[in-house]
Structure formats: structure tokens, C-alpha cells
Design a protein around this ligand. Structure first.
Ligand code: SF4
Length: 351
């Protein structure tokens, strides 16, 4: 998400897409990268890491250089990276092999080598703790939805079997093509939780994903089994909703609107941005890649609408000098929609 995000002590993943808190060993799949370089006869290799793993970049480059011929150059992207939507297209175009670490593919491409970096944290003790406590036991309610993040996707089938062995009927689905795997959720897409069950078990770290999940599926009991912080909680969207209502209220008197179109490859919603400026003479379309308070300060608009990554609006919104709304919240602020139709902003499709 935005570069304003600081490391949060509770292991919240919104900063990085993953946490270094446990200093886990990741499998960088160096052999696969070397093989790819050899197969393509590559002379240049680009490496892109999520924010939380950037400090590992030089070490991974060293290890690669040891295995690669001397005339192959290895470069590291210094661009911010918060998801598979956030590819360094400049480096990608200028390297023969481009490696994106830490996220699952949003769109397949021969050019990009995705190295997912699965977590090796044991997820089962915390799932066991959730059962019969925050998660209704199979006797009370046998139906449960199961979702997780890309980091734990390698354990998904085992999680399903574990729950089935406990007596549950496990409901899973794959969302739209923004999601690579069945049961996977993103900070901007929870379609895989559109299942026929009143309770959903989210296995993963932090509050970042489940909050959106709880907002998007307010009719369901969303149980967070967090194997990173070893905690089970219920996702509660109430406080979050209050914050969003407050931002919408503040924006209701705005006389000038900045409508942000994000130029990152997987974060552009051109039609949505255009529709707003076409229908509002006081709205101005602003294009940018990283959306930060500093970059917007000099525009001095009364309010902004962010059509890029929804998490920037919802997680970093309070850091901006003027209210920052999602496209749906904008409609409420200008009176096109009633306040009780406030929804979580989700992002669908790829590019
Ligand atoms: S747009 Fe979606 S996938 Fe990309 S950084 Fe934001 S939440 Fe993550």
C-alpha cells in the first residue's frame, strides 16, 4: 500500500504484504531463477521485492551473482511494491528476466517470474484454537468458508482437510481473475468469500485483510486465525465504518475535487475516474503512481477521490490533509447515494 505505512508492531501486513517479525527463512527459488536465465540466454535480471523484504535484496542478488555467469547483470527495483498489481514496469522492460517476489501472479506473463515466498509458520495450532470458540463447532454450524492470503496458499488443501477431519463442510471458491488461487483474498478483493456459509475462517496475519472481508461480508461471522501473532479474533468493521462515515461527512461541503487515477499497472480504473470528472465541473483528474499526502498537498483541493488501491483510502486516509474517499463514498458525499449504502471499495479484474 502507500509508502506512508510504517511497520506496525502487531505484525499487521498492510505495510509490506508480509511481516519480517519472525525473521522467517524464505525460499527465494534461486535455482529456478538461474535455470530461467540460462534457458533465455538472459544478460540482465531485474529483482522486485515487497517493502518488508527489500533489505534482503542485496543478499539475494549476491547469491544469484555467485551462480550466474559474470556477464549477467542483476538489478534491484527501488520502486515501492505493495502487491502483484504493483510491478516495476520500467525495470521489467529493460531486463531479460524480471523476478517479482512475494506475491502470486495477478496476470500470467512470460516476461515475469513470480516467486511466491510461502510462509513456513505452522497454521494448524491456531486453527485448532479457533474451533469451538470464535468459530462455531461443527455441531453448532457445520458450514464454514475458508480463505487465506498468498503467503499461506501452499497449506490451503491441508487446512481444508484439517477442517473436514474436524467435521466441517468446507466451502471455498476462486474469485475473479484478479485472484490466482481458490480461497485467496487480496486487500482489495474478497470474492473468494462469496460462499454459502454464515461463518468464514480467515487464516493469516494482521487485521488488514479480514477487516475488508468483514465489511464486504457483513452478514457473516469472520474469524481471524492469525498464526503469526498466535491470536484468534473476530473481525469487527464497526470502528472502521465510523471512520469512513466521518470522512464522507467532511467531504460533503467540498467545492473542489481531485480525482486520482493511479498509473500503476494493476491499479488503474480509468472509466471510474473519467465518469466522475465528466459529471462534475469542480473535479480534476490527477494522474500519479504513488499516492501520498506530500504529493497531494500542493494541489490544495477540498477533497479527493482515489480510484487506485482502495487500501490507501481506507488505511492511510487520515494522513491526508483533505478527506480522501473511495468512488462509492464520493457518490454518497455528493448526494447520489444514501449514507447507508456505504460499502468497502473492491477492485476487480487485471489489466
Ligand atoms: S490494489 Fe489490491 S492487490 Fe494492489 S496493493 Fe492494493 S490491495 Fe493489494
Amino acid at each position: 500500500m502507500s509508502q506512508q505505512r510504517n511497520d506496525r508492531p502487531d505484525g499487521d501486513l498492510r505495510n509490506t504484504g508480509m511481516s519480517l517479525r519472525h525473521d522467517r527463512e524464505w525460499d527465494y527459488e534461486l535455482d529456478r531463477i538461474v535455470e530461467e536465465v540460462e534457458e533465455r540466454g538472459a544478460e540482465t535480471v531485474g529483482l522486485q521485492f515487497p517493502e518488508g523484504l527489500k533489505r534482503r535484496g542485496p543478499g539475494v542478488a549476491d547469491d544469484l551473482r555467485e551462480s550466474l555467469p559474470d556477464d549477467v547483470s542483476v538489478m534491484i527495483s527501488g520502486q515501492p511494491c505493495y502487491g502483484a498489481c504493483d510491478l516495476d514496469t520500467y525495470l521489467m522492460k529493460r531486463t531479460d528476466v524480471f523476478v517479482h517476489f512475494g506475491h502470486s501472479p495477478m496476470k500470467d506473463s512470460n516476461k515475469i517470474l513470480y516467486v511466491p515466498l510461502f510462509s513456513n509458520v505452522d497454521v494448524f495450532p491456531i486453527i485448532e484454537e479457533a474451533i469451538g470458540n470464535q468459530l462455531a463447532s461443527p455441531d453448532e454450524d457445520p458450514d464454514v468458508g475458508l480463505v487465506t492470503t498468498a503467503q499461506h496458499m501452499n497449506k490451503f488443501e491441508e487446512m481444508r482437510e484439517f477442517l473436514e477431519d474436524e467435521g466441517y463442510t468446507v466451502h471455498t471458491r476462486r474469485g475473479d481473475d484478479r485472484l490466482t488461487h481458490e480461497g485467496q483474498v487480496l486487500g482489495c478483493n474478497y470474492e473468494s468469500a462469496d460462499i454459502d456459509a454464515d461463518q468464514v475462517l480467515y487464516v493469516g496475519g494482521g487485521k488488514f485483510h479480514p477487516l475488508g472481508l468483514a465489511m464486504e461480508h457483513q452478514d457473516k461471522n469472520v474469524v481471524i486465525a492469525d498464526p503469526v501473532n498466535n491470536a484468534v479474533t473476530i473481525a469487527d468493521a464497526e470502528q472502521f465504518l465510523k471512520e469512513r462515515y466521518a470522512s464522507v461527512h467532511k467531504a460533503m461541503d467540498a467545492e473542489s475535487w481531485g480525482v486520482i487515477f493511479c498509473t500503476k499497472i494493476g491499479q488503474g480504473r480509468w472509466e471510474e475516474a473519467q465518469e466522475i470528472v465528466d459529471n462534475n465541473d469542480d473535479a480534476y483528474l490527477i494522474t500519479m503512481d504513488e499516492i501520498t499526502p506530500d504529493r497531494l498537498l500542493n494541489f490544495g483541493m477540498d477533497a479527493y477521490v482515489n480510484t487506485g488501491c482502495p487500501r490507501i483510502t481506507t488505511d492511510d486516509g487520515p494522513q491526508f490533509h483533505a478527506p480522501m474517499l473511495t468512488p462509492g463514498e464520493y457518490k454518497i458525499a455528493i448526494g447520489e447515494k444514501p449514507l447507508d449504502e456505504l460499502e468497502f471499495d473492491t477492485f476487480h479484474g487485471t489489466w
